[in-house]
Ligand binder design. Structure first.
Ligand code: SF4
Ligand code: SF4
Length: 213
């Protein structure tokens, strides 16, 4: 199948996934979250460490910029993974929240620096991936990542809100993926070159940066 054919097939599948995600029941999901259990212990482990890599969509970036009073490249950066084109430009997908050292740029430890007492400085504007951690949906099936708070007691209202956010996140991720694929301009692969420009593809099209960092 040609690349265009593959893209059309991916988009068709994503629309089917979108219809399924829109039909998910928050009540069913909420009961499953209560069975698993979760209470955030504010250990900060999901905001720190080498594995911390927060994918953020363009509309979420704008919300963060408004809340934090920052410019685009002060808040986010392109991921390191990608491919080179024949002109020596680096192409990559989606944005990640910036890091300072091993931590998310927006994570602040308490003044005394004790573990478990950190805060998110953009809490009210944090991305969906953060507000639903440690849970995520894969084609409607609930999964969870490593987290000290799993198994903790969760109030029904809290579980219901988490379920609603998870469905919103799944629907948003699929819509963003469709928009990205529909706008994506393919390119001929090449080697790393002199040019050094970085082209980030997202749901709004292409963004050209002078370099990868
Ligand atoms: S790893 Fe789990 S318990 Fe720790 S801050 Fe993140 S969500 Fe809360
Ligand atoms: S945005 Fe906030 S919740 Fe998300 S990783 Fe950064 S500090 Fe943690």
């Amino acid at each position: 199948m040609s690349r265009e054919g593959q893209r059309a097939e991916q988009i068709r599948q994503l629309y089917a996934d979108l219809r399924a995600a829109e039909g998910l029941s928050a009540d069913v999901l909420s009961r499953r979250i209560q069975e698993i259990g979760f209470r955030c212990l504010r250990c900060g482990e999901c905001c720190t460490g080498e594995d911390n890599s927060v994918v953020v969509f363009p509309f979420e970036v704008r919300r963060i910029l408004a809340a934090a009073g920052l410019q685009w490249l002060e808040a986010v950066e392109p991921p390191k993974e990608g491919e080179w084109d024949r002109n020596g430009c680096f192409h990559t997908l989606e944005w990640r929240l910036k890091k300072e050292g091993a931590s998310c740029k927006f994570y602040s430890r308490s003044v005394c620096g004790m573990k478990g007492d950190g805060v998110c400085r953009i809490y009210g504007s944090r991305p969906l991936i953060c507000s639903t951690y440690p849970f995520y949906l894969d084609r409607g099936v609930l999964h969870f990542s490593e987290c000290r708070g799993l198994g903790g007691e969760v109030e029904p209202d809290t579980a219901k809100k988490m379920a609603e956010r998870l469905i919103l996140r799944q629907v948003t991720e699929i819509r963003e993926a469709i928009a990205l694929l529909e706008k994506y301009e393919d390119f001929e692969r090449g080697e790393a070159g002199e040019d050094g420009r970085c082209i980030v593809h997202d749901s709004e099209g292409e963004h050209c940066l002078p370099s990868r960092s």
